[in-house]
Design a binder for this molecule. Structure first.
Ligand code: 5GP
Ligand code: ZN
Length: 114
């Protein structure tokens, strides 16, 4: 997707503070962090929303969660706890239409979310 900011981050065209990368996913720090650690984990392949996920894409979700788990360990809050969130479409709060897993940690989280 030519005009997708996260595709440009995945390809290296736009710089990001990358904390993890493998053949399927990239993870980088959010520009507007909502917690002491706020990392976005994205698939390298463009998928706009969870609603656009095809059955053959489903393994990449496991790769995204696996990356999040490793980053939580690296950041030092795996045992104390953290939150992972995927927003979908307008009512879910999605603003960038390339799926991404928010990994938030380093503070107490509240429930219900806003
Ligand atoms: P959403 O609201 O779609 O769930 O989350 C999009 C997230 O992407 C927001 O938390 C926003 O701060 C972050 N974001 C938007 N543009 C950029 C960017 O160019 N670089 C980085 N690192 N984060 C971005
Ligand atoms: Zn994209």
């Amino acid at each position: 997707m030519d005009d997708c900011i996260f595709c440009k981050i995945a390809s290296g065209e736009i710089p990001a503070d990358t904390v993890y990368e493998d053949d399927a996913v990239v993870a980088f720090r959010d520009l507007n962090p909502q917690a002491p650690t706020h990392v976005l984990v994205i698939p390298k392949r463009h998928i706009a929303t969870l609603n656009d996920l095809q059955p053959e894409d489903e393994p990449v979700l496991g790769r995204m969660y696996g990356a999040a788990r490793r980053i939580a360990e690296q950041e030092g809050f795996a045992d104390t706890g953290y939150r992972t969130v995927v927003n979908c479409n307008e009512a879910g709060g999605q603003t960038v239409f390339h799926i991404h897993l928010h990994l938030l940690g380093g503070r107490m989280m509240h429930w219900p979310p806003g």
